[in-house]
Ligand binder design. Structure first.
Ligand SMILES: [Zn+2]
Length: 159
């Protein structure tokens, strides 16, 4: 009984606490973003582009934030860009990530339109390899048999 009281006062979260830890958080597919995830499933990167002003729009949304046009269509992009910002994650925000720590995330400035930025996981590198402005390229990873995600790595590496 005293042990139970103790654990209530000082809850301890460990990987075994959650069975959900075996599964990653899964992106929600919606009518607006389904094209994006369908492309990722085929190892392609496509972003919405406004037909009114030519602006790439990411994350997917139904209205261009620049000119408010609603005529947006998916367009393939190169998957190249530069590292705008990055961070090493030391604390898990979901049980799935407990045994992945530490890991790297970053924001990629799209080659086709710098200023349009993609938040992403960074792979095939260490924190010491990274600096803002570094050339990066997309790489696709099967996280589970039914979930593929785009990550970025320093350009010119072979997996
Ligand atoms: Zn526009």
């Amino acid at each position: 009984m005293t042990d139970l009281g103790k654990s209530r006062e000082h809850p301890t979260v460990t990987p075994s606490t959650f069975e959900v830890g075996a599964s990653p958080p899964v992106p929600e597919r919606t009518e607006v973003n389904a094209f994006y995830w369908d492309a990722v499933d085929r190892h392609r990167l496509e972003l919405l582009r406004c037909r009114g002003c030519g602006h790439f729009v990411h994350y997917p949304r139904p209205i261009c934030p620049r000119c408010l046009d609603t005529d947006l269509a998916p367009e393939p992009v190169s998957g190249r860009g530069s590292l705008y910002s990055y961070c090493e994650i030391l604390q898990a925000s979901h049980p799935y990530f407990f045994d992945k720590l530490p890991y790297l995330i970053g924001v990629i400035d799209l080659e086709e339109e710098p200023g349009v930025r993609l938040p992403t996981g960074l792979v095939e590198c260490t924190r010491d390899d990274l600096r803002c402005g570094l050339a990066m390229e997309v790489v696709f990873r099967s996280v589970t048999p039914s979930l593929t995600l785009p990550y970025f790595r320093p350009a010119g590496r072979r997996s």
